[in-house]
Design a protein around this ligand. Sequence first.
Ligand code: NAD
Length: 502
Amino acid sequence: MTSVDMKHYSMLIGGSPVDTERRREIVDPSTGATVATVAHGDAGHVDAAVAAARAAFDAGVWRHRTPQERAAVMRRIVAAANEIADELVELEMSANGATVRQATGFHVGYALAHFAYFADLAETYAWQRPAPITTFPALGQAVVHREPIGVVGAIAPWNFPLLLTLWKVGPALAAGNSVVVKPDEHTPLSILEFARIAEANGLPPGVLNVVTGDGPEVGARLASHPDVGKIAFTGSTAVGREIMRLASGTVKEVTLELGGKGPSIVLDDADLDLAVDGVLYGCFVYSGQICESGTRALVPADLHDDFVERLVTRAATIVQGPTRDWDTDMGPVINARQQARILDHIRGAVDEGAEVALGGEALDEPGFWVTPTILTGVRNDMRIAREEVFGPVLAVIPYRDDDDAVRIANDSEYGLAASIWSSDNFRALELAARIDCGSVWINDAHQINCQVPFGGFKQSGVGRELGPDALDAYTEAKAVHLDLSGGRDSKPYDILLSHADE
Ligand code: NAD
């Protein structure tokens, strides 16, 4: 595959391409070369997109279709997107530096499969739920309707641009909402292309809008816009706090998927070959730029030296190279700023007493490269063990016994995901119950099953994405009460009107 031809991308507002004089360059992190330009919107574009989304919502062009009709359009969109899956893969890779293996499977494959899952959910979701007629006949009958919220704002990060956008757009559209998406500045291409495909395949104009631009202007306007009823955000915890603050002005619903500092807990009965490769996969895939990565390896003190030796031997085989080469195992990091930040974290860890068992370097190549890095001598109170690095850096921390492992695992402001490696399922399940995380994988890592909720405890987020309940987060509950008794005998009107018939 070759790099995308230099092409310019407009925003999509109210069904029309909208351009700006100001343009932002999209840079391939694996080469440092500019691959495309994109319109650079501002707060005024957000206002226009929200107005278009609101108009489409009020006109009922999407929300008044049956769930089956919405599902049919969503499936048509998936089929059309699958036709150009290679192009979507290229657009993802060229902007965020994922390897072709990673981008094909996770970035685009999962994104479209998960969007299709939300089409299926639209057909099986209980849109109307009669309340049980039980011991309170005087209360009449009630039916709970799940109704779309209105305009949903979706703010996406750069690491999985299409996937994490469709985790929001999928349930939002399945429920009949209109959406305004704000992609990350680095990675709007695949999202813009998907929105174009959606419109060409039956999504009415204005139902899905994409505004590109800076977070503090475009994102902040979306998060505070009075006509936006819900904000769904994936990104850093720091920006998540700001989104929550901005959304509070008009008391919006919020879903936040934020950072993590995942523990990979290796128990003393683990299959060590499996655990070594699993810990490496959990940390280094996509250069560690996954919020649920296992970046702290908790290893029994007795096994520590042997385990580290095995980790280093296996990690040294990870091939970094051209992202479009199917032989490449690991690509670059997103940009120069992030590369410098990762190296600063490594230096800081060494200053605090850690040792570099492997890597710790930038590659002297065009693009933004950091080698797979394994640090030993790490204590859980060191900065490297507390802050999210978002790079290929594994911190190995020894522990004494299971209680000590649980204590270290939970000693974090984050609580997104954890792995447990053990040959005893019951022991691992007991331990899983003690870990304060939204996902726990036993003998696995990075397992994202769209049928179960994903999200974080503590400062890793608010609410959950995916799973059958995801639609709850994109709907309001309306209880409609109907008195079927036909008379006034059972009514408590006498509380107020006891003298009216005297
Ligand atoms: P980020 O928080 O810097 O940016 C995310 C998005 O927010 C971008 O679109 C950005 O433009 C926008 N933004 C920035 N400032 C804003 C503001 N003031 N108001 C509104 N929007 C604003 O995060 P990132 O660098 O894109 O992504 C990396 C982070 O995301 C990591 O911390 C990672 O852990 C987290 N992440 C979490 C999950 C999850 O599911 N929990 C998934 C992926 C990434």
